[in-house]
Ligand binder design. Structure first.
Ligand code: THU
Length: 193
């Protein structure tokens, strides 16, 4: 059982991408098997994932302090966990010309990619107006969803937090259904009907 569990866990995003090549019926069956083993994995791991998520949120909150947001005064922080465990943080970086502004999520993502890291498991996002405690959930904007989908695929877990104790999470597949990614360009993406 452990061998199968580890195989499923390690295969991660590549599993999802390769499943897109299969016909719908076979793919759905494979997803069911995958979900079953992932569920077992969650039970076996106990509370460890929660602590990891809270650590990611704390790092996003610290990154938010660095936000350069003199125009909107809306400060955002993000922390992106790579498959190898490394964490990349980012903040929003605004510009007098507005358009060049980078969101916190893309700042973190591009730092990682520039460092040669391109596979990710989770991203934590926090945002609120300058001087306010984190009272609201900030979800990634459409541009950031697209940028994250390129590397995280549908499986990337997006944690939207007020505090380390108060957060919601959704998969990238939920935030960007029918996302356009590398397999579409390669011409081998299967589309659900
Ligand atoms: N912002 C982010 O950094 N991430 C998001 O997902 C939403 C928006 C930033 C961009 C801009 O600097 C400010 O928040 C207001 O839109």
């Amino acid at each position: 059982m452990n061998n199968i569990k580890n195989m499923v866990k390690k295969s991660g995003t590549s599993f999802f991408w390769s499943m897109r090549l299969l016909p719908n019926a076979k793919r759905n069956a494979m997803y069911t098997i995958y979900a079953f083993f992932r569920h077992i994995d969650d039970i076996v791991d106990g509370n460890a994932p929660l602590e990891e998520k809270q650590e990611l949120i704390r790092m996003a909150l610290a990154a938010r302090e660095k936000a350069y947001a003199p125009y909107s005064n809306f400060m955002v922080g993000a922390a992106l966990r790579a498959k190898d465990g490394r964490i990349y943080t980012g903040c929003n970086v605004e510009n007098a010309s507005f358009t060049p502004t980078s969101c916190a999520e893309r700042t973190a993502l591009f730092k990682a990619v520039a460092d040669g890291v391109t596979e990710f498991t989770d991203i934590a996002v926090v945002g609120s107006r300058r001087g306010e405690v984190n009272e609201q959930i900030t979800s990634p904007c459409g541009v950031c969803r697209q940028a994250l989908f390129e590397f995280g695929g549908p499986e990337l877990n997006v944690i939207m937090a007020k505090t380390p104790e108060d957060f919601i999470e959704r998969s990238m597949d939920e935030l960007l259904p029918f996302g356009f990614g590398p397999s579409n360009v390669a011409g081998n993406a299967a589309v659900e009907k």
